[in-house]
Design a binder for this molecule. Structure first.
Ligand SMILES: Cc1ncc(COP(=O)(O)O)c(C=O)c1O
Length: 391
Protein backbone atom coordinates (compact mmCIF):
# COMPACT_ATOMS: atom_id res chain seq x y z
CA UNK A 1 0.00 0.00 0.00
CA UNK A 2 1.22 3.52 -0.80
CA UNK A 3 1.18 5.91 2.15
CA UNK A 4 0.87 9.54 1.09
CA UNK A 5 1.01 12.48 3.45
CA UNK A 6 -1.44 15.34 2.99
CA UNK A 7 -0.44 18.36 0.90
CA UNK A 8 -0.39 20.35 4.13
CA UNK A 9 2.22 18.04 5.67
CA UNK A 10 4.23 17.93 2.43
CA UNK A 11 4.51 21.70 2.38
CA UNK A 12 6.03 21.91 5.87
CA UNK A 13 9.75 22.47 6.20
CA UNK A 14 11.59 20.44 8.87
CA UNK A 15 11.50 21.57 12.49
CA UNK A 16 14.70 23.62 12.97
CA UNK A 17 15.85 21.60 15.97
CA UNK A 18 16.07 18.39 13.92
CA UNK A 19 19.13 20.00 12.35
CA UNK A 20 20.60 20.85 15.75
CA UNK A 21 20.06 17.26 16.87
CA UNK A 22 22.01 15.99 13.85
CA UNK A 23 24.96 18.27 14.63
CA UNK A 24 25.01 17.16 18.26
CA UNK A 25 25.04 13.53 17.15
CA UNK A 26 28.02 14.28 14.88
CA UNK A 27 30.01 15.75 17.78
CA UNK A 28 29.27 12.77 20.01
CA UNK A 29 30.47 10.42 17.29
CA UNK A 30 33.79 12.30 17.38
CA UNK A 31 33.98 11.71 21.15
CA UNK A 32 33.23 15.30 22.14
CA UNK A 33 30.61 15.76 24.87
CA UNK A 34 28.61 18.71 23.55
CA UNK A 35 27.21 21.33 25.89
CA UNK A 36 23.73 21.92 24.67
CA UNK A 37 22.42 25.49 24.70
CA UNK A 38 20.18 24.66 21.72
CA UNK A 39 16.61 23.82 22.68
CA UNK A 40 14.90 25.80 25.47
CA UNK A 41 14.26 22.76 27.63
CA UNK A 42 15.62 23.11 31.18
CA UNK A 43 17.92 20.18 31.98
CA UNK A 44 17.61 20.59 35.76
CA UNK A 45 15.12 18.47 37.75
CA UNK A 46 11.55 19.50 38.40
CA UNK A 47 11.55 20.75 42.03
CA UNK A 48 10.83 17.93 44.51
CA UNK A 49 7.77 19.58 46.03
CA UNK A 50 6.11 19.33 42.60
CA UNK A 51 7.20 15.73 41.99
CA UNK A 52 5.95 14.79 45.47
CA UNK A 53 2.59 16.44 44.80
CA UNK A 54 2.30 14.45 41.58
CA UNK A 55 3.07 11.17 43.36
CA UNK A 56 0.51 11.90 46.08
CA UNK A 57 -2.08 12.87 43.49
CA UNK A 58 -1.87 9.57 41.61
CA UNK A 59 -2.85 7.81 44.86
CA UNK A 60 -5.46 10.35 45.91
CA UNK A 61 -7.13 9.94 42.53
CA UNK A 62 -7.14 6.16 42.27
CA UNK A 63 -10.24 6.02 40.13
CA UNK A 64 -9.12 8.63 37.71
CA UNK A 65 -11.79 9.14 35.02
CA UNK A 66 -11.47 11.68 32.24
CA UNK A 67 -10.31 15.10 33.42
CA UNK A 68 -12.46 18.22 33.07
CA UNK A 69 -12.05 19.93 29.70
CA UNK A 70 -11.52 23.30 31.30
CA UNK A 71 -9.48 22.15 34.30
CA UNK A 72 -10.43 21.18 37.85
CA UNK A 73 -12.02 23.91 39.97
CA UNK A 74 -9.07 23.63 42.34
CA UNK A 75 -6.61 24.25 39.54
CA UNK A 76 -8.52 27.21 38.13
CA UNK A 77 -8.82 28.70 41.62
CA UNK A 78 -5.06 28.32 42.13
CA UNK A 79 -4.47 30.09 38.79
CA UNK A 80 -6.81 32.94 39.78
CA UNK A 81 -5.08 33.31 43.18
CA UNK A 82 -1.63 33.30 41.60
CA UNK A 83 -2.65 35.84 38.92
CA UNK A 84 -4.04 38.12 41.64
CA UNK A 85 -0.85 37.81 43.74
CA UNK A 86 1.53 38.21 40.81
CA UNK A 87 -0.20 40.76 38.57
CA UNK A 88 -2.97 42.19 40.75
CA UNK A 89 -5.50 40.96 38.17
CA UNK A 90 -8.87 39.49 39.25
CA UNK A 91 -9.97 36.57 37.09
CA UNK A 92 -13.20 34.64 37.44
CA UNK A 93 -12.08 30.99 37.54
CA UNK A 94 -15.44 29.83 36.12
CA UNK A 95 -15.54 32.14 33.11
CA UNK A 96 -12.12 33.57 32.40
CA UNK A 97 -9.70 30.64 32.75
CA UNK A 98 -9.35 27.34 30.91
CA UNK A 99 -6.56 24.78 31.12
CA UNK A 100 -4.28 23.65 28.31
CA UNK A 101 -1.94 20.72 27.73
CA UNK A 102 1.09 22.99 27.73
CA UNK A 103 0.97 26.18 25.74
CA UNK A 104 2.24 24.68 22.48
CA UNK A 105 -1.02 22.82 22.08
CA UNK A 106 -3.12 25.90 22.85
CA UNK A 107 -1.11 28.11 20.50
CA UNK A 108 -1.30 25.64 17.63
CA UNK A 109 -5.04 25.13 18.05
CA UNK A 110 -5.98 28.75 18.73
CA UNK A 111 -6.29 29.79 15.09
CA UNK A 112 -8.70 26.93 14.44
CA UNK A 113 -11.20 28.64 16.74
CA UNK A 114 -11.20 32.05 15.03
CA UNK A 115 -9.74 31.86 11.53
CA UNK A 116 -11.61 31.20 8.30
CA UNK A 117 -9.71 30.18 5.16
CA UNK A 118 -7.79 33.18 3.84
CA UNK A 119 -7.91 35.20 7.06
CA UNK A 120 -4.61 36.57 8.31
CA UNK A 121 -2.85 36.00 11.60
CA UNK A 122 -0.12 38.48 12.55
CA UNK A 123 2.93 36.58 13.71
CA UNK A 124 6.21 37.87 15.21
CA UNK A 125 9.34 36.93 13.30
CA UNK A 126 11.44 35.40 14.83
CA UNK A 127 8.74 33.69 16.83
CA UNK A 128 7.62 30.42 18.32
CA UNK A 129 6.83 28.18 15.28
CA UNK A 130 3.25 27.11 16.26
CA UNK A 131 1.99 30.70 15.75
CA UNK A 132 2.63 30.17 12.05
CA UNK A 133 2.01 26.42 11.85
CA UNK A 134 -1.35 26.62 13.66
CA UNK A 135 -2.40 29.38 11.26
CA UNK A 136 -1.50 27.26 8.24
CA UNK A 137 -3.35 24.22 9.55
CA UNK A 138 -6.43 26.40 10.08
CA UNK A 139 -6.08 27.47 6.41
CA UNK A 140 -5.23 31.00 7.46
CA UNK A 141 -2.34 33.10 6.23
CA UNK A 142 0.51 34.17 8.47
CA UNK A 143 1.78 37.74 8.09
CA UNK A 144 5.25 38.06 9.57
CA UNK A 145 6.08 41.11 11.66
CA UNK A 146 9.86 41.39 11.89
CA UNK A 147 11.40 41.96 15.31
CA UNK A 148 14.56 43.95 14.82
CA UNK A 149 16.99 45.81 17.03
CA UNK A 150 15.96 49.10 15.37
CA UNK A 151 12.42 48.57 16.70
CA UNK A 152 13.65 47.34 20.10
CA UNK A 153 12.28 43.94 19.02
CA UNK A 154 8.65 45.16 18.94
CA UNK A 155 6.55 44.75 15.79
CA UNK A 156 5.94 47.94 13.83
CA UNK A 157 2.15 47.87 13.79
CA UNK A 158 1.99 50.92 11.53
CA UNK A 159 3.94 49.06 8.83
CA UNK A 160 1.31 46.33 8.40
CA UNK A 161 -0.53 47.05 5.11
CA UNK A 162 -4.18 48.15 5.56
CA UNK A 163 -5.60 45.33 3.43
CA UNK A 164 -3.81 42.77 5.65
CA UNK A 165 -5.00 44.48 8.83
CA UNK A 166 -8.60 44.35 7.55
CA UNK A 167 -8.39 40.61 7.01
CA UNK A 168 -6.55 39.82 10.27
CA UNK A 169 -8.21 37.92 13.11
CA UNK A 170 -5.42 37.40 15.62
CA UNK A 171 -2.14 39.09 16.54
CA UNK A 172 0.41 37.04 18.51
CA UNK A 173 2.85 38.74 20.86
CA UNK A 174 5.32 37.26 23.32
CA UNK A 175 7.07 39.39 25.98
CA UNK A 176 9.46 38.53 27.64
CA UNK A 177 10.35 37.44 24.14
CA UNK A 178 11.81 34.23 22.84
CA UNK A 179 14.33 34.58 21.27
CA UNK A 180 15.14 38.29 21.38
CA UNK A 181 14.70 38.56 25.20
CA UNK A 182 12.89 41.92 24.84
CA UNK A 183 10.69 42.82 27.82
CA UNK A 184 7.09 44.08 27.71
CA UNK A 185 6.41 47.79 28.10
CA UNK A 186 3.21 49.65 28.97
CA UNK A 187 3.70 51.89 25.92
CA UNK A 188 3.80 48.97 23.53
CA UNK A 189 0.82 47.26 25.15
CA UNK A 190 -1.16 50.52 24.97
CA UNK A 191 -0.45 50.79 21.25
CA UNK A 192 -1.25 47.10 20.76
CA UNK A 193 -4.56 47.28 22.67
CA UNK A 194 -5.68 50.29 20.59
CA UNK A 195 -4.65 48.46 17.41
CA UNK A 196 -6.57 45.32 18.42
CA UNK A 197 -9.70 47.24 19.41
CA UNK A 198 -9.68 49.58 16.40
CA UNK A 199 -9.35 46.69 13.97
CA UNK A 200 -11.30 43.93 15.71
CA UNK A 201 -8.23 41.73 16.06
CA UNK A 202 -7.87 39.36 18.99
CA UNK A 203 -4.65 39.91 20.93
CA UNK A 204 -3.07 36.62 21.97
CA UNK A 205 -0.26 37.24 24.42
CA UNK A 206 1.95 34.18 24.83
CA UNK A 207 3.61 34.59 28.21
CA UNK A 208 5.52 31.47 29.30
CA UNK A 209 8.56 33.50 30.39
CA UNK A 210 6.76 35.96 32.68
CA UNK A 211 8.61 34.48 35.70
CA UNK A 212 12.01 34.29 34.03
CA UNK A 213 13.39 37.74 34.76
CA UNK A 214 16.50 39.14 36.40
CA UNK A 215 15.52 42.45 37.95
CA UNK A 216 12.24 44.09 37.04
CA UNK A 217 9.14 41.88 37.05
CA UNK A 218 7.53 41.83 33.60
CA UNK A 219 3.95 43.14 33.39
CA UNK A 220 1.01 41.18 31.97
CA UNK A 221 -1.19 42.76 29.31
CA UNK A 222 -4.17 41.69 31.43
CA UNK A 223 -3.14 44.35 33.96
CA UNK A 224 -4.16 46.93 31.35
CA UNK A 225 -7.16 45.45 29.54
CA UNK A 226 -9.15 42.26 29.02
CA UNK A 227 -11.55 42.93 26.14
CA UNK A 228 -10.50 40.95 23.08
CA UNK A 229 -7.37 39.74 24.85
CA UNK A 230 -6.20 36.34 25.99
CA UNK A 231 -2.97 35.40 27.72
CA UNK A 232 -1.50 31.94 27.22
CA UNK A 233 0.45 30.74 30.25
CA UNK A 234 2.55 27.71 31.05
CA UNK A 235 4.44 26.25 33.99
CA UNK A 236 7.11 24.75 31.73
CA UNK A 237 9.73 27.42 32.25
CA UNK A 238 8.57 28.89 35.58
CA UNK A 239 8.83 25.56 37.36
CA UNK A 240 10.94 23.27 35.12
CA UNK A 241 7.78 21.38 34.15
CA UNK A 242 8.18 21.01 30.38
CA UNK A 243 7.43 17.27 30.66
CA UNK A 244 4.18 17.80 32.58
CA UNK A 245 2.32 19.56 29.73
CA UNK A 246 0.32 22.01 31.77
CA UNK A 247 -0.69 25.63 31.45
CA UNK A 248 -3.78 27.76 30.89
CA UNK A 249 -5.50 30.51 28.94
CA UNK A 250 -6.96 33.53 30.72
CA UNK A 251 -8.72 36.68 29.63
CA UNK A 252 -11.80 37.80 27.72
CA UNK A 253 -14.63 35.39 28.52
CA UNK A 254 -15.94 35.54 24.94
CA UNK A 255 -12.60 34.42 23.54
CA UNK A 256 -12.21 31.75 26.22
CA UNK A 257 -15.71 30.40 25.44
CA UNK A 258 -14.93 29.83 21.77
CA UNK A 259 -11.66 28.15 22.66
CA UNK A 260 -13.42 25.89 25.20
CA UNK A 261 -15.87 24.80 22.50
CA UNK A 262 -13.03 23.98 20.13
CA UNK A 263 -11.13 22.01 22.76
CA UNK A 264 -14.00 19.69 23.63
CA UNK A 265 -13.50 18.41 20.09
CA UNK A 266 -9.73 17.98 20.26
CA UNK A 267 -8.62 16.44 23.55
CA UNK A 268 -9.95 15.35 26.90
CA UNK A 269 -8.25 17.85 29.17
CA UNK A 270 -5.10 18.08 31.29
CA UNK A 271 -4.54 14.93 33.41
CA UNK A 272 -5.98 15.73 36.84
CA UNK A 273 -2.96 14.56 38.83
CA UNK A 274 -0.81 16.87 36.70
CA UNK A 275 -3.16 19.72 37.60
CA UNK A 276 -2.65 18.82 41.28
CA UNK A 277 1.11 19.09 40.80
CA UNK A 278 0.55 22.42 39.04
CA UNK A 279 -1.42 23.69 42.06
CA UNK A 280 1.55 22.81 44.30
CA UNK A 281 3.87 24.64 41.87
CA UNK A 282 1.65 27.74 41.80
CA UNK A 283 1.43 27.90 45.58
CA UNK A 284 5.21 28.04 45.97
CA UNK A 285 7.47 30.89 44.90
CA UNK A 286 10.68 29.81 46.61
CA UNK A 287 11.64 27.31 43.89
CA UNK A 288 10.97 29.98 41.25
CA UNK A 289 13.32 32.35 43.05
CA UNK A 290 16.00 29.65 43.23
CA UNK A 291 15.67 28.95 39.51
CA UNK A 292 15.94 32.66 38.77
CA UNK A 293 19.15 32.83 40.78
CA UNK A 294 20.54 29.84 38.89
CA UNK A 295 19.77 31.52 35.55
CA UNK A 296 21.39 34.73 36.75
CA UNK A 297 24.67 32.97 37.57
CA UNK A 298 24.71 31.20 34.20
CA UNK A 299 23.80 34.37 32.31
CA UNK A 300 26.53 36.40 33.99
CA UNK A 301 29.18 33.72 33.39
CA UNK A 302 28.38 33.42 29.70
CA UNK A 303 28.05 37.15 29.14
CA UNK A 304 31.52 37.66 30.66
CA UNK A 305 32.96 34.88 28.48
CA UNK A 306 31.54 36.57 25.39
CA UNK A 307 32.83 39.93 26.50
CA UNK A 308 36.34 38.45 26.85
CA UNK A 309 36.07 37.35 23.21
CA UNK A 310 35.10 40.88 22.18
CA UNK A 311 31.53 39.99 21.27
CA UNK A 312 28.81 42.66 21.61
CA UNK A 313 27.07 42.93 24.98
CA UNK A 314 23.64 41.30 24.70
CA UNK A 315 22.79 40.94 28.40
CA UNK A 316 19.13 39.90 28.65
CA UNK A 317 16.71 41.33 31.25
CA UNK A 318 14.47 38.28 31.06
CA UNK A 319 13.66 34.85 29.53
CA UNK A 320 16.04 31.88 29.69
CA UNK A 321 17.92 32.95 26.56
CA UNK A 322 20.75 35.13 25.32
CA UNK A 323 20.16 36.55 21.83
CA UNK A 324 23.79 36.98 21.01
CA UNK A 325 25.03 39.06 18.11
CA UNK A 326 27.67 37.10 16.23
CA UNK A 327 31.25 38.15 15.55
CA UNK A 328 31.72 40.79 12.89
CA UNK A 329 31.89 39.50 9.34
CA UNK A 330 30.19 36.21 10.16
CA UNK A 331 26.65 35.00 9.65
CA UNK A 332 24.62 33.04 12.19
CA UNK A 333 25.42 29.57 10.86
CA UNK A 334 29.14 30.31 10.45
CA UNK A 335 29.31 31.47 14.06
CA UNK A 336 27.26 28.53 15.35
CA UNK A 337 29.60 26.19 13.47
CA UNK A 338 32.64 27.85 15.07
CA UNK A 339 31.02 27.09 18.44
CA UNK A 340 30.59 23.49 17.30
CA UNK A 341 34.29 23.14 16.63
CA UNK A 342 35.71 20.04 18.38
CA UNK A 343 37.72 22.22 20.79
CA UNK A 344 34.62 24.14 21.87
CA UNK A 345 31.65 21.79 21.44
CA UNK A 346 28.94 24.32 22.30
CA UNK A 347 25.52 23.90 20.72
CA UNK A 348 23.46 27.02 19.99
CA UNK A 349 20.62 27.79 17.60
CA UNK A 350 21.48 29.99 14.62
CA UNK A 351 19.05 32.93 14.63
CA UNK A 352 18.13 32.55 10.96
CA UNK A 353 16.95 28.97 11.61
CA UNK A 354 14.22 30.25 13.90
CA UNK A 355 13.23 33.23 11.73
CA UNK A 356 11.60 33.35 8.30
CA UNK A 357 12.83 35.23 5.26
CA UNK A 358 10.58 38.18 4.46
CA UNK A 359 11.33 39.90 1.15
CA UNK A 360 14.87 38.53 1.30
CA UNK A 361 15.46 39.76 4.86
CA UNK A 362 15.85 37.36 7.75
CA UNK A 363 15.68 39.24 11.08
CA UNK A 364 17.40 36.36 12.91
CA UNK A 365 20.46 36.64 10.70
CA UNK A 366 23.48 37.84 12.65
CA UNK A 367 22.36 36.24 15.92
CA UNK A 368 22.64 32.92 17.70
CA UNK A 369 20.42 31.91 20.60
CA UNK A 370 21.84 30.43 23.78
CA UNK A 371 19.23 28.68 25.94
CA UNK A 372 20.62 28.80 29.50
CA UNK A 373 19.40 25.30 30.22
CA UNK A 374 22.48 23.14 30.95
CA UNK A 375 23.36 22.57 34.63
CA UNK A 376 25.82 24.99 36.24
CA UNK A 377 28.87 22.67 36.03
CA UNK A 378 28.35 22.33 32.28
CA UNK A 379 28.07 26.09 31.90
CA UNK A 380 31.37 26.42 33.80
CA UNK A 381 32.92 23.94 31.38
CA UNK A 382 31.44 25.88 28.44
CA UNK A 383 33.05 29.06 29.74
CA UNK A 384 36.43 27.27 29.88
CA UNK A 385 35.99 25.93 26.35
CA UNK A 386 34.98 29.40 25.14
CA UNK A 387 38.65 30.38 25.47
CA UNK A 388 39.38 28.02 22.53
CA UNK A 389 36.92 29.82 20.26
CA UNK A 390 38.71 31.19 17.22
CA UNK A 391 36.98 34.23 15.79
C1 LIG B 1 7.44 31.56 23.21
C2 LIG B 1 7.04 30.19 23.62
N1 LIG B 1 5.74 29.90 23.73
C3 LIG B 1 5.34 28.68 24.11
C4 LIG B 1 6.24 27.68 24.38
C5 LIG B 1 5.73 26.31 24.73
O1 LIG B 1 5.78 25.97 26.04
P1 LIG B 1 4.98 24.74 26.60
O2 LIG B 1 4.24 24.09 25.47
O3 LIG B 1 5.98 23.84 27.19
O4 LIG B 1 4.02 25.31 27.59
C6 LIG B 1 7.59 27.93 24.27
C7 LIG B 1 8.57 26.85 24.51
O5 LIG B 1 9.74 26.95 24.35
C8 LIG B 1 8.01 29.22 23.87
O6 LIG B 1 9.30 29.53 23.75
Amino acid sequence: MEINSSDRIKKLTGYAFDEVDKLVKGLKEKGVQPIDFGVGDPQMPTPSLIRDALKRATDDRKSAGYPSYIGDENYRNAIADWTKRRFGVDLDPAREITSNIGSKEAIFNFAEAFVNPGDYVLVPNPGYPPYERGTLFAEGRPYFMNLTEENCFFPDLTAIPDDIVKKSKIIWVNYPNNPTTAMPTKDFYKELIDFGHDNNIIIASDNPYSENYYDEKPISILEMEREGIVEVQSLSKRSNMTCYRVGWLAGDENVINVFKKLKTNIDSGTPTFVQDAAVAALEDESHVEELREDYRIKRDMLISAMDRKGLPDCTPAGTIYIWQKVAEGMDSVEFAKKLLDEKVGIVTTPGNWISSDVDGVNPGQGYVRFALVPPLDEVEEAVRRFENLEI
